[in-house]
Design a protein around this ligand. Structure first.
Ligand code: CMC
Length: 428
């Protein structure tokens, strides 16, 4: 947050001791107090459950202004990127720091295609998952398994890292589509070199030996846009997990696998699946009674929360949700889909925005509120929604992991605590 006169240090008085702590600012004027010397100089630590006030790094990747509802990747506004780019351009931007030119775009696209197949032995893994396995469990397990198929790579060499990045972005998409095919008992569809990244995913999901799936440009564009909206979100829960695991020098595959698990949680990326399940429950069980669900969400004795509403950082409308909402309307109109859940979602949003409980806490629809409705219209099953969030987020996780590796201030992640258990007891 900008201040009229920028402070260069902060004074902290604890008891009789006063210390000076350095203050610094980011390129968008966000200020931070550097407390690295705090414990050494005072014996105290900071207490910040959920890390709401804790900066863990300096970063060049993503900027969010939660008060104004702004999101930039590498300085570009999310609206511009969603409107004008393909997902792989944004993936390139996040990982390499600049948008690709035409030659770089073609070369990256080709590279992704050349590494899209899975090792034949990995195909057999799918045989032993039950049909009802959640695809996020499969995705995470397969992500870490990649490290055992490509163990020879050294983490530090640039070419090795580029190869790992390509493999992860390309193969996890193949794994995602295979896990869907496995869940419905259909044969797996191989990626094709003549198709681009998003087209390939849709083809692997929906082509069958008896039905030659025809790619719809509306769905291809929508998928590109949705993946772009998800591509990074600075130090969120899953990115922090990826970095925490990586800080112990675990390899990138293992770090991404852990990030996938974190993302699965319903308070994080898992919310998109839960939004649709919530809307279905309201429609079927509660006969569309929105008032009832709003009252439940406000009741402090009920753990229920409105899914797809609220955000740790956004205290105004999530800019990704704005794009996702408009896209949902456009895509459904173009595909000629009439989904009663869309009307219900709009009514629920209106009720949220008009309610003092949500207003006073700055709770607005987030990215997950409308994305599932678009995926549904595209024929993507509910349990694949979080998988798509993960596919979109892979470049962001990778960019954050790589940046952490280069950080001169980087150390193993290891928070402290205040112990409140019993003091030493005699053992008798
Ligand atoms: N429904 C009802 N009340 C809510 C909700 C909600 N969805 N979200 C927050 N609140 C209330 C909360 O009870 C608290 O009230 P009080 O001040 O009276 O105790 C207040 O708002 C602040 O909430 P908080 O839990 O301190 O906020 P947080 O920053 O720790 O949590 C959140 C953020 C996203 C986990 C939370 O808003 C939530 O659970 N939302 C629903 C799940 C969801 O949609 N998650 C997707 C987030 S966007 C995708 C991603 O990047 O992960």
């Amino acid at each position: 947050m900008a201040t009229a006169k920028k402070a260069t240090s902060a004074k902290l008085k604890i008891g009789t001791k006063t210390i000076d702590l350095p203050v610094f600012y980011g390129s968008e004027n966000e200020g931070a107090i550097d407390i690295q010397s705090l414990r050494k100089e005072t014996g105290f630590i900071t207490y910040d459950p959920g890390f709401g006030n804790t900066g863990c790094c300096k970063s060049d990747i993503t900027f969010i202004d939660g008060e104004k509802g702004i999101l930039h990747y590498r300085g570009y506004d999310i609206n511009d990127l969603a409107e004008h780019c393909e997902f792989i351009d944004v993936a390139y931007l996040l990982v390499h720091g600049k948008l690709p030119n035409e030659k770089q775009h073609l070369s990256f696209s080709k590279h992704l295609n050349h590494h899209s197949m899975l090792h034949e032995d990995m195909h057999h893994f799918f045989d032993n998952y039950p049909d009802h396995a959640h695809p996020m469990a499969t995705l995470s397990a397969m992500a870490v398994s990649l490290s055992s198929f490509y163990p020879e790579l050294e983490q530090t060499k640039k070419e090795s890292i580029d190869m790992m990045v390509t493999r992860l972005i390309s193969k996890l998409r193949t794994i995602a589509a295979f896990s869907y095919k496995k869940s419905i008992g259909h044969p797996m569809v191989q990626p094709r070199h003549d198709l681009k990244y998003c087209e390939n995913f849709l083809n692997m999901m929906f082509w069958t030996p008896v039905n030659d799936y025809k790619l719809d440009p509306v769905c291809v564009k929508a998928l590109n846009k949705l993946l772009i909206l998800h591509a990074d979100h600075e130090q969120n829960c899953s990115a922090s997990v990826v970095k925490m695991v990586g800080s112990a020098e675990a390899n990138l595959y293992a770090s991404i696998s852990a990030g996938i698990c974190a993302l699965w949680g319903p308070l994080h990326g898992g919310a998109n699946q839960h939004v649709i399940e919530m809307l279905e429950t309201i429609l079927k069980r509660d006969k569309g009674n929105i008032k009832k669900v709003i009252e439940r969400a406000k009741d402090k004795n009920d753990p229920f929360r409105l899914m797809g509403v609220g955000h740790r950082v956004y205290k105004s409308y999530d800019p990704r949700a704005k794009v996702a909402k408009q896209m949902c309307k456009d895509v459904l109109a173009k595909l000629g889909v009439n989904d009663p859940l869309v009307d219900l979602a709009q009514k629920l949003e209106e009720a949220v925005l008009a309610d003092d409980y949500f207003q006073s806490r700055n709770l607005y629809p987030n990215i997950d509120f409308y994305t599932g409705l678009t995926y549904r219209a595209m024929g993507i099953p509910t349990n694949m929604f979080t998988v798509l969030f993960a596919i979109g987020r892979i470049p962001g996780w990778i960019a954050q992991w790589l940046e952490m590796k280069e950080d001169p201030d980087g150390r193993i992640g290891r928070p402290r605590q205040i112990y409140t258990g019993p003091t030493l007891r005699s053992f008798e």
